[in-house]
Design a protein around this ligand. Structure first.
Ligand code: BG6
Length: 463
């Protein structure tokens, strides 16, 4: 289905790091689908920047554009559109003066286009490089009102570096030009949570009086897959919890605004994030668990590494609505199974009754489950658990929804900020986690080892 129309103006999408993993696995396949479904204007230009001497053909021969096609069949017309739209220039960002090349390429493409083009700069590069690129763009006058920045996380490495990054970007770009990507917020089921919460039967019991815990889990089967430099600088807490999971938590716990509009959603998300209590130093050991899979040190070539590949934490809120509910966020690499879900556990009316719970399954097999207690059929009075299961596939709900990166790109084309994080949201999430980050950086105390393919460290102590 076509996105709700806000104007989708033609643009030059400049990809810094076109040969990188993200570009190959996510961006270029997303662009292929957007062309296939006629969702981006035909004048769109993809301008790929690389240090290497590569042609457009070289780049495309290294990418599986149709990787997300369910039937595996590539659409020839869409492939041609990608080929025609892609231009590559060789540019070494570490050298002075190289940005002039980019400026002239953009001037040339602007003149050639018969319509006014926006400039969308996608930073598919390590975070340390992003800051420099952004200031060079500014210094070269590439920060005019038709320019937008797409930034990948991590947005800083702790509170201070996040503050610094935000400040240095704001020297050249206005907040409304910056799109901080959180691709989890762009997942279809996540957006559905806001709509689901409009069902009054749940909204009326959406508080600490009725909900014991909300556990958000994002487990992965893959290990760090060669992203050793990135991972050695981040780890599971920063890579997934500080960004994706804490944002999911804000969506689940926010006070529903009357209208689902970008500004009101941002306000409500910020309020939810700001109400999370920072974990104090003394509580770090009690409220957090970290682990590293066996073999990680060898894989990254750092025998002293105590970067965590598994992280679980418990947070709480200072609001009246949520003050007694436990918020548990867990993530890990190289585990038994890949799944992301949000489990809302309700309090039983009586001690001897079991908990009801509601699960939002985000991936794979997206759907919503409600666990209820029913009577076992027969003469006895025994009860059993039964599950009401809304399985998108079985219900024939169109599961061919856009991939999160398609959504991200479209929203930047049409300047819709709803699914992106504001600088205030970023700072609020860092404030909550800053002490854990610092304490985990300081020593390997409490770092648990777990086997690849296992369930990871036990997290019962957090409940
Ligand atoms: C990214 C992380 O943001 O999300 C990766 O940097 C992780 O480490 C990925 O593998 C998971 O995304 P998804 O959409 O496959 O759950």
């Amino acid at each position: 289905m076509k996105p709700d129309q806000k104007t989708i103006d033609p643009a030059i999408l400049v990809i810094f790091g076109i040969t990188g993993d993200l570009s190959k696995r996510k961006l270029l396949p997303a662009i292929y689908h957007l062309f296939k479904d006629d969702l981006i204007p035909k004048e769109t230009v993809i301008l790929g920047l690389t240090r290497q001497d590569l042609t457009e053909k070289d780049i495309l021969s290294n990418v599986e554009l149709c990787i997300n096609e369910e039937d595996g069949i590539c659409d020839k017309a869409a492939l041609k559109k990608v080929e025609d739209s892609l231009k590559v220039i060789q540019i070494d960002l570490s050298k002075m003066g190289e940005f002039k090349k980019l400026k002239s390429a953009l001037d040339y493409l602007d003149k050639k286009a018969k319509v006014k083009m926006n400039h969308l700069f996608y930073m598919s590069v390590p975070p340390k490089v992003t800051e420099n690129i952004v200031s060079e763009l500014g210094k070269h006058g590439l920060n005019k009102e038709n320019s937008r920045l797409l930034i990948e996380k991590p947005f800083g490495y702790e509170l201070n570096s996040a503050k610094h990054l935000i400040k240095s970007m704001s020297a050249y770009f206005h907040e409304s030009q910056i799109y901080r990507i959180d691709h989890y917020l762009a997942k279809e089921t996540v957006q559905n949570i806001l709509i689901f919460r409009r069902n009054n039967i749940f909204e009326n019991i959406w508080d600490s009086k009725h909900i014991d815990s909300i556990a958000i889990t994002a487990y992965e089967k893959i290990d760090v897959e060669g992203r050793k430099d990135f991972y050695e600088q981040t780890g599971a807490l920063i890579d997934i919890i500080q960004s994706h999971l804490i944002q999911l938590l804000s969506v689940v716990t926010l006070d529903m605004p009357a209208e689902i509009k970008s500004e009101s959603i941002h306000k409500a998300r910020l309020k939810a994030l700001e109400s999370l209590k920072p974990i104090s130093d003394s509580l770090v050991p009690k409220l957090s668990i970290r682990g590293q899979y066996t073999g990680y040190k060898k894989e990254v070539g750092n025998h002293n590494s105590f970067i965590e590949t598994f992280a679980a934490i418990r947070l709480s809120s200072s609001t009246k609505r949520w003050h007694q509910t436990k918020f548990i966020l867990r993530t890990g690499k190289a585990l038994h199974e890949k799944y992301t879900e949000i489990k809302v556990v309700f309090k039983p009316n009586r001690e001897d009754l079991e908990h009801n719970y509601l699960i939002f399954r985000i991936q794979p097999h997206e759907g919503i489950k409600l666990k209820l207690i029913i009577k076992e059929p027969g003469f006895n009075k025994k009860t059993k658990n039964a599950t009401l299961n809304l399985n998108y596939l079985e219900e024939n709900i169109d599961v061919k929804h856009p991939d999160a990166y398609e959504r991200v790109i479209i929203d930047v084309f049409r300047a819709d900020h709803t699914l992106f994080s504001t600088s205030h949201e970023i700072l609020a999430s860092w404030k909550t986690l800053d002490n854990i980050v610092k304490s985990w950086k300081a020593s390997d105390n409490g770092l648990l080892e777990y086997k690849k393919g296992s369930h990871g460290p036990v997290t019962d102590q957090l409940y």
